[in-house]
Structures are given as structure tokens and as C-alpha cells.
Design a binder for this molecule. Structure first.
Ligand code: SAH
Length: 291
């Protein structure tokens, strides 16, 4: 089993694969102004096992296409959709967020919690915009600097892992330049990381190590997870998840941003642990590389 499959195994029966919370998804829905309707078509991109999908399905009664690159998560999502009685609202689609198969202007809203970093915030927004109807809603959560200044160790870490981390004002500038009107912004509270994401995953560590006979690869993954949790706890005042809610305006104005950007930084993958042994990417948390 390679590292990606190990990570899928660690995360697939978790309720979420990144920080977030039901209450926060509902708050984003409120800020979006979307109203309950069977007619709404929404995509949840990088949906994992469906943490946000189910809140959207229940709150808005909408038709949701849940997209992820890993079928294991989508299988879990489909099982849970049947269990909680929303299977008739939810379809799954295994595809990459970089090559979505929606038609232009097909969607009323695009949701993406803790996943757009796989493409990059500006790159994802620029690529997905065309699938939204005019006036459609974009709601994404993205790693965000919470202060103007920060400790060097933290800056250096993110310069390596995801140099696109920025302040909320910089992220909103990207939204505006790409033809979106920001409608709302808030920061995920600590419990979205600790209670909803890290603690449940920590409970899986022992069983995971057992299942994989404490192999070196499995141990490296757990060590990286533990380090990441410690790192979050140490620096949570400086970095967190921003939730951005915006409306597509009639026309994009300003030059495309991503065309002029420097080449994307090399993202860390689990197999790169020779380079960064105690911070192996876990893949699912929103902060490092894709799996
Ligand atoms: N939204 C979920 C999952 C967030 S974790 C939650 O909040 O719990 C990021 C998700 O992005 C994972 O499920 C991962 O499988 C998915 N992913 C990673 N790269 C992807 C890609 N290129 N295209 C689509 N999904 C991807």
C-alpha cells in the first residue's frame, strides 16, 4: 500500500477530512443568501466523505454533486446519504477539481471546504468561475494568516508547504479581481480543528498502526499527523481557516491573476519524507499537498 492509500485508509471512515463544522457550514449558507429550493444545483468540490455535502442537502433541499478524486470517500458519502435519507438529493462524481465536467453556467453554487489548496485559491476560483451562473455563489474555506506578523518558524514552514497562505484582505482582493463580490468572511473557531477534526483522527491512530502492522510508512504518517497537531496548537493564533462567501458578478474585471503568477510551489507529498521527515504531508488536511 502506498502512502496515498495509507492516508485514505486513515481518513476514509472519519466524518471529515479537514477542519470545519456543521454550524459553520450553516453560517456560510446564511451569508450566501441562498434559500431552500429543490431547484438549486450545487457542487461540493473535494467533498471527502461529505461533511459539508450533508449540511447543504439538509438545509437547502438542493441537488448536490459531490466531487472528489478518491472514490473511497465517495463510497462512504453515498452510504451515509442513504442512511440519513438524502440519497435522492446527492450524486457523486469521481473526478479531479482541475478537470471538472460541469457545463458552463450550470451551477447555482460551488462549495469547497478545505480542498481548494490542492489547486491554489486563485487558480481554483479562476477555473471554476465558468461553471457558475451569473449571480451564483462561491463558498470556500482556505488557510489564512490571522495577523499581519508571525513567528519566523511558522512563516518558513508555510513558505515551504503552501506559499499561497495570505491574509483575508489579500484573498478578498483575489476574489474581486476574478469577478466576485465578497459577501461574507469568518474564521473557523478552534473547535473546528480540535474537536471536529484532530481529536477524532487521533482516536484512529492505534487501530491504523495495528492494521498496518506498525510498518515504517504507517508510523511515519502518524508521526507527521502528531507533529501537525502540535504545530497547530502552538501557532493557532496566527494561522487558521478563513471561510469566504462570494457572488459571481456579471463580468470578470482586471487581468487574470494566475497567468502572471510565478510557477506553483512544489507541494509536499507523503513520499517526500526524506526532505521533510517530521512534517510528512497528511494529504487531507487543507494545508499541504493533494493526495
Ligand atoms: N471537504 C471535506 C474534505 C476536505 S480534505 C471536508 O471538509 O471534510 C480535501 C479533499 O480534497 C480530500 O477528500 C481529497 O481526496 C480531495 N482532493 C485532493 N485532491 C483533489 C483533486 N485534485 N480533485 C478533487 N478532489 C481532491
Amino acid at each position: 500500500m502506498d502512502n496515498v492509500q495509507l492516508l485514505v485508509d486513515l481518513y476514509q471512515d472519519a466524518q471529515r477530512q479537514g477542519p470545519g463544522g456543521e454550524e459553520q457550514t450553516r453560517l456560510a449558507i446564511t451569508l450566501s443568501g441562498l434559500k431552500k429550493s429543490r431547484e438549486l444545483k450545487i457542487a461540493d468540490i473535494g467533498c471527502g466523505s461529505g461533511a459539508a455535502t450533508f449540511v447543504l442537502a439538509k438545509t437547502l433541499d438542493a441537488h448536490i454533486t459531490a466531487v472528489d478524486i478518491h472514490p473511497e470517500f465517495l463510497n462512504r458519502l453515498a452510504e451515509a446519504a442513504s442512511r440519513i435519507g438524502v440519497a435522492d438529493h446527492v450524486v457523486t462524481r469521481t473526478e479531479s477539481m482541475e478537470q471538472l465536467s460541469f457545463a458552463e453556467e450550470e451551477l447555482d453554487a460551488i462549495w469547497s471546504e478545505g480542498a481548494i489548496y490542492n489547486m491554489g485559491f486563485a487558480e481554483g476560483i479562476e477555473a471554476w468561475r465558468k461553471y457558475l451562473k451569473s449571480g451564483g455563489i462561491l463558498a470556500v474555506s482556505e488557510l489564512t494568516w490571522l495577523t499581519e506578523e508571525r513567528p519566523e518558524e511558522l512563516q518558513a514552514y508555510w513558505d515551504r508547504e503552501y506559499p499561497k497562505v495570505d491574509t483575508a484582505s489579500a484573498k478578498m482582493d483575489i476574489l474581486e479581481r476574478l469577478g466576485f463580490l465578497p459577501l461574507g468572511y469568518f474564521v473557523l473557531p478552534e473547535n473546528c480543528w480540535l474537536d471536529n477534526y484532530y481529536r477524532p483522527i487521533q482516536k484512529r491512530f492505534a487501530g491504523f498502526l495495528e492494521r498496518h502492522k506498525k510498518s515504517a510508512a504507517a508510523r511515519a504518517i502518524i508521526k507527521a499527523e502528531e507533529n501537525e497537531i502540535l504545530f497547530y496548537e502552538k501557532y493557532k493564533a496566527f494561522v487558521g481557516y478563513g471561510y469566504y462567501i462570494a457572488r459571481k458578478t456579471a463580468a470578470a474585471h482586471g487581468a487574470p491573476i494566475t497567468g502572471q503568477a510565478p510557477p506553483p510551489a512544489r507541494l509536499v507529498r507523503p513520499q517526500d519524507n526524506d526532505r521533510n521527515s517530521d512534517m510528512v504531508d497528511t494529504g487531507f488536511e487543507p494545508v499541504t499537498s493533494s493526495v
